[in-house]
Design a protein around this ligand. Structure first.
Ligand code: GDP
Ligand code: MN
Length: 397
């Protein structure tokens, strides 16, 4: 689950990470009120207005603007709220901005120049360790840094059993070229950030920029936070942070009926029981020259009602040219699944315009195959895994 910047910052602050303070607003009037309140509480004279959408690169797209007084704040807020913001990370048509974050200006002049660093925390699956990636070259172009000057990006691996050790936090501060108060503050910042990452069960933190202010404080100016969906049961309070308008509507619907559905770019709809078999099925489709349109795990009870819901979800994707059903009947008997498929097909009537290839293996597979073959429907049965994938390719071509 992805969070908005303002929500991510709240999570960080809850673990003691210093953040650029801000107040979220949905109208220009709310933005002005937020600006006044921020001036009172933080003393800031200028404000920065930031579009809240689930995509980065907002600065480049015109979704982050500075306001030097309340009139400017009002006009900047008016122009950003409701705009269709296009950034390198949005779909081509952009995303509508429903809310903004009005934040204190932290780039004020002072004894030294502010500097922008990059910092992210994620899981390195290859080593089974958490990893802090960081760079002196923070700001709006980290993708270019990674491509052109990758040696300017440092990594620090953290054994999850040991946690972040003090020398590692110091190493980060050292590699970022800091000294004095900024060095000390960075070690605190990194420790708090790591604590937040583990404590919130995140799968990604990306803080770009982490700012060293002109008076040597270290602050999170941006926050991209992704929470591991599998941990949400441990964080009932996070569920309120979900913004359904930012999510794929079919995935939202699937979740509401307890199906595991992930939308993909291909044209072969997949209906499978068990995540492992679903992954293997997608691999096989690829190997046969196809491209899966989705990942769908219907779970253990592949009865007619569930199969019908799964059909409806898959068919919402206009790119789907064929559907492959690959179900292993272990606890659930294949003949019952086959009957479910036939019943669902009949219920859906004209809704199904694409060929369907069914592979059922396991208990009563032979009875199931006979049921499918004699149903008179546009459903092909397959016995072997490869045969099913080949039939799908034939059907599409
Ligand atoms: P992104 O473009 O979506 O990554 O949005 P960010 O939150 O990273 O903001 C983009 C840029 O806005 C930053 O890199 C800064 O240059 C600028 N910015 C952010 N906060 C402030 C601020 O308080 N004052 C000023 N002057 N600029 C800011
Ligand atoms: Mn950023």
């Amino acid at each position: 689950m992805n969070l908005h910047e303002y929500q991510g910052k709240e999570v960080l602050a809850g673990f003691g990470v210093t953040i650029q303070r801000g107040i979220v607003a949905k109208t220009a009037a709310e933005a002005v009120a937020a600006g006044k309140q921020l001036t009172e509480t933080t003393g800031t004279q200028w404000h920065i207005v930031k579009a809240q959408i689930h995509a980065g690169g907002r600065g480049k797209g015109g979704g982050v603007k500075l306001a030097k007084n309340l009139q400017e704040l009002e006009s900047v807020a008016t122009s950003i709220i409701g705009m269709q913001l296009i950034t390198p990370q949005t779909p081509p048509e952009g995303k509508k901005v429903n809310q903004i974050l009005v934040a204190e200006d932290v780039y004020y002049p002072g004894a030294s120049e502010p500097s922008e660093f990059y910092m992210s925390i994620l899981l390195n699956r290859a080593t089974g360790k958490n990893m802090i990636m960081y760079s002196t070259e923070g700001g709006m172009d980290i993708e270019a840094v990674a491509e052109v000057t990758p040696h300017l990006i440092f990594t620090e691996e953290i054994d999850p059993a040991l946690g972040l050790l003090p020398f590692q936090a110091r190493k980060v501060a050292f590699n970022l070229g800091l000294s004095g108060a900024a060095f000390k503050d960075m070690t605190k910042f990194v420790s708090a950030l790591y604590r937040a990452y583990v404590g919130s069960d995140a799968s990604l933190f990306e803080i770009n920029p982490v700012l060293k202010t002109s008076d040597d404080r270290i602050i999170a100016v941006d926050a991209k936070v992704t929470i591991d969906d599998n941990s949400l049961f441990r964080h009932p309070d996070f569920e309120a942070l979900r913004d359904l308008s930012e999510e794929n509507p079919v995935e939202v619907e699937a979740r509401s009926v307890g199906l595991n559905y992930v939308d993909l770019d291909g044209n072969v709809g997949c209906m499978v029981n068990g995540a492992g078999l679903a992954m293997a099925t997608m691999d096989l489709i690829k190997q046969a020259g196809g491209d899966p349109a989705n990942f769908l795990d219907v779970g253990g009870t592949a009865d007619a009602a569930r199969v019908e819901i799964a059909f409806r979800l898959i068919l919402k994707d206009p790119a789907v040219k064929a559907i492959l059903i690959n179900i292993f009947g272990g606890i659930v008997r294949c003949d019952r699944v086959a009957q479910g498929i036939v019943d669902a097909y009949k219920n859906l009537g004209d809704a199904i315009q694409v060929p369907i290839i069914v592979r059922l293996q396991g208990t009563n597979a032979d009875i199931a195959k006979k049921l499918i073959d004699s149903s008179g429907l546009n459903v092909l049965s397959a016995t072997a895994f490869q045969e099913a994938a080949d039939k799908v390719q034939e059907a599409i071509n």
